[in-house]
Ligand binder design. Structure first.
Ligand code: S3P
Length: 451
């Protein structure tokens, strides 16, 4: 896997107008959950449109290691023969989740109420990320964990022999933490209740209901309260994974900043817990429209049409919108550099603990490209330079972070001089067809180091 191996330097240059249709891959969050819940159902779940990126492939391997039969049929079609809730068995070896925080945290939840130990590890990025946010609530079920300092990976989780249900309020806005608790609650008797003060992506709740679990969601003064009745028999499902809005963000934003562009990105999931970037771009004056709005598999979906938008202006992005666009701040920072005026992004502390410290990674790389960036512990602000005003001519560090690598490559497509990244390998974790897809639209992106 390239993200664990030899670095792949990449460069992008001022591009001709981007034109055409960008068919981005399946949603990463929904793909992980399809495999995990499929593995916990009784019988065969069929999945189409699964993201075949490294992160999801690592989750598929983990499900096999825990006893599920997972088969790839080609073209994004997969089947999972589940072992039923409580049916996982002890894996023979360490479970390596690669670069994936979602993979490791959700799987920790799923095994925490099984009576055996699992040792988890991952790449250098994942080994540096905090796991206490998940192991703390899992301890309430009776699971124990032994990790490196700060609960970091490699970490051994000893599942509870006699799990008890849990009531837990998430201390940080995190769908991974919420989902880990719910997945652990699946194999605990009684009702597990998770409260989140700010709504985060709700794919786990939706999918649990789809698999036949008894799950209720209530909006209260304390926040969203999710109650799950444990030890259900999950019924296998047919899942059509929608295309990923977080991946769509890259061709959409590229079209907004490359002069003359007009790109259609069809079939994008617009679940309100995920679509904050598109709202923000429209408020900035982006020529971004939703066409053919419809519902698919219980999720709102539309075709996104993005055209070059020379008149975008900076705004203050509301802090309460952060959870619904948390993965999109790196590419928003790039768009903000090509807008007029300042874009400020408060309430984004969580960006410091993603695949990299994304505030620092973007600030350092954009400054090298000639853009003025201010930052604090939980905010950053970009001074826009207008549609043709970003100098570029720099080499940014990807820091084993797919979204940082893609953001700087998009930046180079509209900058005056090329922009390189030291390692585009991590792009394969979430968007393995990024390079040919952007190339087909007309973008100039190659595997070389020109700066
Ligand atoms: C995800 C949740 C988010 C997001 C990640 C995917 C998920 O992480 O950044 O890319 O699928 O649950 P947090 O839960 O840490 O916010």
């Amino acid at each position: 896997m390239s993200s664990h191996g030899t670095p792949i330097p990449m460069t992008s240059r001022k591009s001709a107008p981007l034109k055409g249709v960008a068919e981005v891959p399946g949603d990463k969050s929904i793909s992980h959950r399809s495999l995990i819940l499929g593995a916990m159902a009784v019988g065969e779940t069929r999945i189409t449109g699964l993201l075949e990126g490294e992160d999801v492939l690592d989750t598929a391997k983990a499900m096999r290691a825990l006893g599920a039969e997972v088969t790839q049929h080609g073209g994004g079609e997969w089947s999972v023969h589940g072992v039923g809730v409580g049916g996982f068995g002890e894996p023979e070896n360490v479970v390596d989740c690669g670069n994936s925080g979602t993979g490791v945290r959700l799987i920790m939840g799923a095994v925490a109420t099984h009576p055996f130990a699992v040792t988890f590890t991952g790449d250098a990025s994942l080994r540096s990320r905090p796991m206490g946010r998940v192991t703390d609530p899992l301890a309430l079920f009776g699971a124990m964990s032994y990790g490196r300092e700060g609960g970091r990976l490699p970490l051994t989780l000893v599942g509870a022999k006699a799990p008890v249900p849990v009531r837990y309020t998430t201390p940080v806005p995190s769908a991974q933490v919420k989902s880990a608790v719910l997945l652990a609650g699946l194999n605990a008797p009684g009702v597990t209740v998770v409260t989140e003060r700010e709504a985060t992506r709700d794919h786990t709740e939706r999918m649990l209901a789809g698999f036949g679990a008894e799950v209720t969601v209530e909006d209260t003064a304390e926040g969203r309260v999710i109650s799950l009745t444990g030890q259900p028999e999950l019924r296998p499902q047919q899942i059509a994974v929608p295309r990923d809005p977080s991946s769509a963000a890259f061709p959409v934003c590229a079209a907004l900043i490359v002069p003359g562009s007009d790109v259609l990105v069809p079939g994008i999931g617009l679940n309100p817990t995920r679509a904050g970037l598109f709202t923000t771009l429209r408020e900035m004056g982006a020529d971004l429209t939703y066409e053919n709005e419809r519902e698919e598999g219980g999720e709102p979906v539309a075709d996104l049409r993005a055209r070059f938008s020379p008149d975008m202006s900076g705004i203050e992005v509301p802090a309460e919108r952060a959870a619904s666009m948390i993965d999109e701040y790196p590419i928003l920072a790039v768009v903000a550099a090509f807008a007029k005026g300042e874009t400020s992004c408060p309430g984004v502390k969580e960006l410091r603990v993603k695949e990299s410290d994304r505030i620092d990674a973007m600030a350092v790389g954009l400054r090298a490209c000639g853009v003025e960036v201010d930052e604090g512990e939980d905010w950053f602000a970009i001074k826009g330079m207008g549609p043709e005003g970003v100098p570029g001519g720099a080499r940014a560090e990807a820091r084993l972070d797919h979204r940082i690598a893609m953001s700087f490559l998009i930046c180079g497509m509209a900058s005056q001089k090329p922009v390189s990244v030291d390692d585009g390998g991590p792009i394969a974790t979430s968007f393995p067809i990024f390079e040919p897809l952007m190339g087909k639209l007309g973008a100039s992106v190659s595997r070389s180091n020109a700066t």
